[in-house]
Design a protein around this ligand. Structure first.
Ligand SMILES: C[S@@+](CC[C@H](N)C(=O)[O-])C[C@H]1O[C@@H](n2cnc3c(N)ncnc32)[C@H](O)[C@@H]1O
Ligand SMILES: [Zn+2]
Length: 294
């Protein structure tokens, strides 16, 4: 159910509120601010709010995004999507208004599961999904037509109003603690998914992909310290039997995809019926703002 709340967006140039308007003569809308800055929707529906020089960043390529999409469609990570939805569900008011930000949304497949859960609970929801990769946003906006999908850089001031969001979700994506704290309402929560030691170790072994460092948890807390306090955490392990194509997608959808040759990787993994046993190890942590009493 769409929300009747005002749009929680701010112009990335001058910080005054952004509103959606229909473009005369065009089916697509644009976002405009009171000072006249205007951002047209791409044909897939997302808005490009990247302004200025931004962070020097090698965005995921189209083939890397396709590998992510295909792997997530295989359903092996579905229990993770459901666990994230279960972590967010208690924060959703029954039949009330709710605003969610999915930062580093990628292909938007986790957001889809989350929005379906919110809608089952009868809440009216405003969803904002952001990512720096336009290839990812093309898919995210097609999959989540009710969400406001934004191309922007999480390391820049977010184009989102102060205290406008109930829940921020960050699934394997960068975390800007100061900005997440600014956009959350008092009482809001940050839900973060990170890999634990041993995550995809069998894939790392077979593909040369980097493993997960032991101190990842300490680094997560450190990266958010001063802004957030961990409130609860749940570990989730998923045992998977993967085909060579699925192993290749898993390797290729992560940072290793920037330098792996997918065709060579697939042929080195074999094309037969051979399956590889792979364990995925996740932690879902719910943080409250450091200043919030509850
Ligand atoms: C590992 S992927 C995770 C995507 C999605 N949450 C998922 O789990 O399928 C990390 C995502 O963060 C995005 N990202 C990386 N740096 C970013 C930045 N500076 N600003 C916004 N998004 C960024 C990438 O484009 C990518 O889609
Ligand atoms: Zn403006």
């Amino acid at each position: 159910m769409p929300s009747s709340r005002p749009m929680p967006l701010r112009c990335p140039v001058c910080r005054v509120p952004l509103q959606a308007v229909d473009n005369p003569g065009a089916p697509l809308s644009a976002l405009v601010c009171g000072s006249g800055h205007s951002f047209d929707a791409a044909k897939q529906g997302y808005y490009n709010l990247l302004v200025g020089k931004g962070t020097v960043f090698e965005a995921d390529s189209a083939p890397m995004v396709a590998a992510r999409f295909n792997f997530l469609e295989s359903g092996h990570y579905r229990p993770l999507a459901e666990a994230v939805a279960a972590a967010v569900a208690p924060l959703v008011p029954q039949r009330g208004e709710f605003t969610i930000l999915d930062s580093g949304t990628g292909t938007g497949q986790y957001l889809r599961v989350l929005l379906d859960e919110v809608s089952r609970r009868g809440a009216s929801c405003t969803a904002v999904a952001l990512d720096i990769s336009k290839f990812a946003l093309r898919r995210a906006s097609r999959l989540n037509p009710e969400a406001i999908c934004l191309a922007c850089d999480v390391w820049q001031p977010l184009p989102i109003a102060d205290a406008a969001v109930d829940v921020v979700t960050v699934i394997f994506a960068p975390r800007n603690g100061a900005e997440f704290a600014r956009v959350l309402r008092p009482g809001g929560r940050l839900v973060v998914v990170t890999p634990r030691a041993g995550h995809l170790a069998a894939v790392a072994e077979r593909t040369g992909m980097l493993g997960i460092e032991e101190d990842k948890d300490a680094r997560l807390a450190e990266s958010l310290s001063g802004h957030f306090v961990a409130e609860s955490a749940r570990d989730l392990d998923i045992g998977m039997m993967l085909t060579p194509g699925e192993v290749a997608d898993l390797a290729f959808m992560g940072p290793a995809g920037h330098h792996l040759d997918r065709a060579a990787l697939v042929s080195s993994l074999g094309t037969g019926d051979e399956v590889t046993a792979v364990d995925a190890r996740f932690r879902i942590t719910v943080f409250r703002p450091a200043t919030a009493a509850t």
